[in-house]
Write a protein that binds this ligand. Structure first.
Ligand code: MN3
Length: 248
């Protein structure tokens, strides 16, 4: 295919070269575009839509298959595509994801990277911290850290659920490790996240995230966000959350 495209391009270039002197129009001069795409390998790191890691229906009855399919294949795919597009030609192209998000500012110029880079990162984390046959409570160091910060797992779940319920409109609830090495619950609007230290108030490294956009639950739960949040607790992959904490 590539070779054929190249041959086609060459043919057009040759034709262009032949036609140009005849028509005498400068705008018909072939631009260098076909050549540069052929020669210059893209330095831009292209972010790819990660696999879910389980079937769309694997989280039922807590999250229905149709919601998972649309959420992953349409919403997350859309953020991924638009993020890569926004990175093209920007100073952030080729930089690590976390560095990009931490460097964004609360201004019009960064809005595309903020919404789509956030959407890319947030959903990539989300699919991994939930899974079939999960839920329950954390163990080991994570359990100890939660107890140390919140007093008990119950207190933590109450605080996290409240953050998720009271986040007005679209957004996310988070469990983060902050700059002082302490766990904290946070919530952010839209596709912002606590890595965006130039934008959000509560900063830290997310180890658990919950999407409370209506697209995450509306088909099955309609306006009952609280029921969706409770269902999420039956899906949390605490081993993965513990891994996230250990990796910081
Ligand atoms: Mn979402």
């Amino acid at each position: 295919m590539k070779k054929r495209d190249f041959l086609k391009t060459s043919a057009i270039l040759t034709m262009g070269a032949m036609i140009t002197p005849l028509v005498g129009c400068e705008d018909n001069t072939p631009k260098q575009e076909p050549k540069t795409t052929e020669e210059a390998p893209k330095k831009t790191m292209v972010f790819e839509l990660p696999e879910l890691g389980y079937a769309f229906d694997a989280l039922e009855p807590h999250i229905d298959a149709r919601t998972m399919e649309i959420h992953h294949d349409k919403h997350h795919a859309g953020y991924t595509k638009k993020f890569n597009k926004a990175l093209e030609g920007s100073d952030w192209a080729g930089k690590p994801l976390e560095e990009i998000l931490a460097g964004l500012q609360d201004n019009e110029a960064d809005l595309g990277l903020r919404n789509n880079g956030g959407g890319y990162y947030n959903h990539s984390l989300f699919w991994k911290v939930i899974g079939p046959n999960k839920g329950g409570e954390p163990t080991g160091e994570l359990a100890a850290a939660i107890t140390q910060t919140f007093g008990s797992f119950e207190n933590f779940s109450t605080e996290f659920k409240d953050a998720a319920k009271t986040r007005f409109g679209s957004g996310w609830a988070w469990l983060v490790k902050d700059a002082n090495g302490k766990l904290a619950v946070a919530d952010t609007a839209n596709q912002d996240n606590p890595l965006m230290s130039g934008i959000v108030g509560q900063t830290g490294t997310p180890i658990l995230g919950l999407d409370v956009w209506e697209h995450a639950y509306y088909l099955n739960y309609q306006n009952r966000r609280g029921d969706y949040i409770n269902a999420f607790f039956n899906l949390i992959n605490w081993e993965e959350v513990a891994k996230n904490l250990a990796a910081i």
